[in-house]
Design a protein around this ligand. Structure first.
Ligand code: VTB
Length: 332
């Protein structure tokens, strides 16, 4: 006797899509990894974009890119507003960063990833490609423990107190940029340690959600807004707190934001403001990093490592894949 398992079609599809998006980031990562260390950021990015777009267009979705490679006039592919998928299936918003850390890839340095998020249609923040102020901590703390407008010292102290440790036990992750000089010195004044990264703040923010293993308790600083929405999608799946604000410091940027539906240029966004609905997040390592191993080109297989997360259940899967049809990876 056969049993029928009844799973709502939407849910079933979403479970299938979890694996579909893994394929998308895997392909982008492999294409970029072929150009690791060649010093050509543009070529590596383009390879990742091409592969990601190709794979996205094979998925049973009606997708709209809301975080992409740029506005329609400046990006020929995966531009904001581009429709992706086979035009059948659920309507979804797509955020992509086909090669997060182009410089890391071009210099074959740790931490380059291919990443994307998918959310229910109309639920992802349409952020222009501007800077974004960000602060993030992992799960398990009182809501609003951190405050994006408070001095960094206060945030470090509050976090240390909540963890029941001295401030000297706290590690903050910060992008190594001249604009962060004051921020870094304020954090260090508390005795906390600052871990600097040259690029890659999507992974940087995600590190806060697993502080026992990563040693990172808090992420603070200004990075790209698209990367902010991608990181928020991941935290929506695994928990944590993140507050952000777009830096709209010119008329042109404010107008651009307005045309994307942002009426309050000073708004502070929480994770739920940036990702209003259920979402999926995936990232595949391009170069070796602290979150993911990079692509390995062996004689007969190409190996990838991907993390994929689902907000509905909070499940996080690490998928190590051996790809054997090497010709496919070359040709399509
Ligand atoms: C960050 C980082 C990215 O851009 O968002 C950063 O995560 C912000 O821009 O990997 P600046 O480089 O101008 O500071 C990247 O470094 C590259 O997209």
């Amino acid at each position: 006797m056969s049993t029928t398992i009844s799973v709502p079609p939407q849910l079933l599809l979403e479970r299938i899509l979890t694996l579909e998006i893994v394929r998308v980031t895997e392909r982008a990562a492999v294409s970029a990894a072929r150009l690791r260390g060649l010093g050509n950021e543009k070529a590596a990015d383009q390879a990742a974009v091409d592969a990601m777009r190709r794979e996205l267009n094979r998925i049973p979705i009606e997708g709209t890119v809301v975080i992409g490679e740029g506005e329609r006039d400046e990006a020929p592919m995966l531009f904001i507003g581009e429709k992706v998928g086979i035009n059948a299936g659920p309507q979804v918003d797509i955020a992509v960063d086909p090669l997060e850390g182009t410089t890391l890839c071009a210099k074959d340095m740790p931490g380059a990833i291919a990443t994307m998020a998918m959310a229910e249609g109309g639920t992802l923040l349409h952020a222009p490609d501007v800077y974004m102020q960000k602060i993030a901590i992992g799960p398990g703390y009182d809501k609003h423990l951190i405050d994006i407008d408070a001095p960094p010292e206060d945030n470090i102290r509050r976090l240390a107190q909540a963890k029941g440790v001295p401030t000297s036990s706290i590690t903050a992750l910060v992008l190594d940029r001249a604009r962060h000089a004051e921020l870094i010195s304020s954090i260090r004044k508390t005795g906390a340690s600052v871990r600097l990264i040259s690029d890659g703040d999507v992974a940087g923010v995600i590190h806060t959600a697993d502080s026992d293993n990563t040693g990172v308790d808090i992420y603070i600083g200004t990075g790209g807004a698209p990367e902010g929405v991608l990181a928020a999608s991941a935290l929506r799946c695994i928990g944590g707190q993140m507050y952000t604000r777009l830096i709209l410091d010119t008329h042109e940027k404010r107008n651009r934001a307005e045309s994307m539906g942002i009426s309050d240029p000073d708004m502070i966004y929480s994770i739920e403001d940036m990702v209003k609905g259920d979402c999926l997040f995936a990232a595949t390592g391009v170069t070796d990093g602290s979150m993911l191993s990079g692509v390995k080109f062996r004689k007969d297989v190409i190996q990838t490592e991907t993390v994929v997360m689902r907000s509905v259940t909070g499940t996080v899967r690490y998928i190590k894949a051996d790809h054997r049809q090497l010709d496919k990876f070359h040709l399509d």
